[in-house]
Design a protein around this ligand. Structure first.
Ligand code: AMP
Length: 204
């Protein structure tokens, strides 16, 4: 029987201006909840950037004050990874409105770190498409294709990693260095097949 397939997703988390001073505490909860923090940036958005980020809410009554709030101080944007990260992170932060969250989900993060329906502590992407867009917004160089798992990961390792690793391990067993881990690490750096090699032209 095939092992169960696990799909690691990425989601965008933002600690909003009022929650930034609690960043260490919140990051600790994030890690203890099984997320990996892949990327992190502390930034202060201009009102134009905040409008772009929340463009789907353009025209709503709360849009101007949301933009003013989100550009009022530094925020922390993080890419979180985990199986079903998008829904799990939203479940952990709880309902948008902090006041209602305190009644219905007293243990959720917004209930603890939020203030009202706007200053609600943190943001979480609401779908795979939003996560892709939002991650690219803060981390434009990120590659957001799904992380291979299961057979796809085994195929990738067999093609791209194992041949080099096998050569390195063969050399390691021949050389028997005193510190095999450091030796292998150096060997892999030196023999990385993706590293361009400059041929010594010699002096003619
Ligand atoms: P969402 O895209 O659902 O995360 O909504 C964006 C953000 O807009 C929320 O996280 C709140 O900060 C803010 N927001 C949503 N609804 C309201 C509202 N009714 N009044 C004030 N702010 C709101």
């Amino acid at each position: 029987m095939d092992p169960p397939k696990i799909f690691v997703e990425r989601t965008l988390c933002i600690l909003k201006p009022d929650a930034v001073h609690k960043a260490d505490e919140i990051e600790d909860i994030i890690l203890r909840s099984g997320f990996t923090i892949l990327q992190k940036r502390r930034v202060q958005l201009t009102p134009e950037q905040a409008s772009d980020f929340y463009v789907e809410h353009y025209g709503k009554l709360f849009f101007p004050s949301l933009v003013a709030y989100m550009s009022s101080g530094p925020i922390i944007a993080m890419v979180l990874a985990k199986e079903k990260a998008i829904s799990y992170w939203r479940e952990l932060i709880g309902p948008t409105n902090t006041i209602k969250a305190r009644q219905t989900h007293p243990d959720c993060l917004r209930s603890i770190y939020g203030t009202d329906d706007q200053r609600n502590g943190m943001h979480g992407s609401d779908s795979f498409q939003s996560a892709e867009r939002e991650i690219r917004f803060f981390f434009p160089d990120t590659i957001t294709e799904p992380i291979g798992m299961g057979q796809a990961a085994r195929d990738y390792l067999a093609k791209a990693v194992n041949p080099t690793l096998l050569k390195g391990l063969t050399q390691l067993s021949k050389q028997k260095p005193l510190d095999p881990v450091v030796w292998l690490a150096d060997w892999l750096l030196e023999n990385n097949p993706n590293k361009p090699k400059v041929k010594d032209q010699g002096i003619v």
